[in-house]
Design a binder for this molecule. Sequence first.
Ligand code: GZL
Length: 345
Amino acid sequence: MRKQKFRKSRAVFISVCLLLCFLLGGCGSAKKEDAESGRESAGLVIGFSQLGSESAWRLGNTASMENAAREHGISLVVNNGMQKQENQIAAIRSFIAYQVDVIVFAPIVEEGWANVLQEAKEAGIPVIMMDRLINIKDSDLYDAYIGPDHYLEGVNAARFLMKKAEEMQAANDSAAEEESGKIRIAELSGTEGSSPMISRYKGFHDLIDNDDRFEILETVSGDFLRSKGRECMRSLLKKYPGQIDVLYSHNDAMTLGAIEVMEEQGIEPGKDIVIISVDGEQAAVDLLKEGKINCVVECSPMLGDAVMDLAEKIVSGQDYPRVTHPAEGCFTEYDDLSSLAPRGY
Ligand code: GZL
């Protein structure tokens, strides 16, 4: 009886996956010739555990994966973890049961992955970690990482501020600064325990904490969400009235929420409060051009093509890089952005 039940639920699972796979396109006949390169894609099946849909960055990242799978003739089974690690772990277990060719996952937090990755290893399924990193003793439990260098993003944010500080001190344009002689910084950090939050924090503070022109008023987590960016900014402005000279925000979604609150209170974003944001989504770049944001550090979600290339290399036994970082820039108020291509997210 139990076996029958198990078989039934597994069959249901596989049919749901196949349906998903069909709906997402890329479902393929066994062999597909790639028109341009004549590359044979062996109709790979990739299980993709996406952490959620919390920001335009995340939606762009998921779309990038789906589009690339279609172009590569790869069947992509996508599971949305809805911001919960337990959902991601369950999805990875189902990919193991379904015996996908490769597992790709964007880990919401750094800790807690060893057991499920050990199971994938024992099942002989290669694992590509995408976008975020994990903290794990046995680094053999994943095959490669493709994603941003979050530490460098924090450093880029700090480098802009150190340049901007010269101008701010010369103009002496913040009354609060006159009182304390310091440029006071409020920080909206991302999801607690996630690698972008940890590394963007460290990259920024490694430079700023040693520069006596600055004082960090407070760091609060907005969980990469626009709604929490609004909430946190409201409480920061209440706690530090007229004292915040700079906002450093770990992603554009929280920045957009924070700017709404500033404008509700008659504060001019980009002027009364210097704003440094990370991601590079279109909405933030538009505000940069309007002078409401001063610096947008780029973090590209367009990782799909590189992930599919890597999966094909791993499965076909070719050499492949253990770590791949996409090229990323930093857009500031000092740049001519007129020729910047549409961001696509
Ligand atoms: C960064 C990525 C972050 C983005 C946020 O690589 O993990 O998650 O900065 C997103 O917008 O929520």
